[in-house]
Write a protein that binds this ligand. Sequence first.
Ligand code: 5GP
Ligand code: MN
Length: 341
Amino acid sequence: MALSSKPEFAVGLLCHIKAMVDNAKRVVLTAHTHADGDAVGAVTGLMSVLGRLYPDLNLTPMLPQGCPRQFEWMPGAALILSGESERERCCQALAEADMIFVLDLNTPSRLDNLAQPFTQATGHKILVDHHISPDQAAFQTIISDHTISSTCELATWLVEALWGAQAIGSEAATCFYTGMRTDTGGFAYSNTQPSLYHAAAMLIGTGIDPAEINNRIVNIFSERRLRFYGYAISNCLTVMAEQHFAYFAISLDVQRHFGVGYEDMDGLVNYTTLMSDIEFGALIREEKQRCKVSLRSKHTDVESIARQLFGGGGHRKAAGATSTLPLAETVEKLTQYVASR
Ligand code: 5GP
Ligand code: MN
């Protein structure tokens, strides 16, 4: 059967990447700030593949805030350095790396506190990503395909093309499957395509347990977090019925009261589009000096909203941005735009 959307890689490009890895001594793997399952899965999955194939290779995984708590169970996650609390080690590893794999982002600014040491680094910078418009000037090698469900799926196909499917052991498969699962809302979003199922079948064939991975991804709420969701739905949700738009505005005070952080907010925005009459929704979360905006839609192009209003980006139906305005003004800017479109 034809794999219509399976990515194809130029032979010359594959040879080039393989030769670089063959000759590398120190490799850094990193991904975007406030890492999600796809970012952590791509970092740990690729690290597992490289570790098995090249036992002498010095591998340093790092994320701007380290590994989020909910992904600490993933194989290799304990090795991920934090750009915040282990800054020195991160900067040193970036400066000494022959190769830097950058995963699941399209511009170095998404590396947050690691953006500057990354930009200064002299090692070969290779991007593997599925967002639109990758920053062409920031990387020497770019593997980018926004038609692919997730960076983990793209990495799975890339590894298969480079070293064959047998290079993916059950640990790497667990990591890659997790990212594919989280970025597609459990094989439900419109980025769910034939190649995703083929990649998933390949990974499940290594003996991983999809039901257990599902448990670790979905059934992870604390009582505090669940009660916060109840409060937010009752008190922090505004519906603009005429515009078919709904949004959560979550102040720092509310976050402090419930003792919740950004990790606990993951998924809350999806409650807006649970309503049949709502076409797109937002979550605006106050941080210390800025606000984080998350946008989701059923059909509307929210990537362009994130980009135009706040200089953000992402995907057509799932985008995000950082607003430098205070909470009330961020809400005002977004709702005025929505009301006038
Ligand atoms: P989330 O709402 O889950 O934070 O992000 C949804 C999508 O938007 C993800 O694909 C993410 O990479 C992208 N995204 C989130 N925040 C930003 C941002 O500040 N800038 C850009 N360019 N993309 C973002
Ligand atoms: Mn992704």
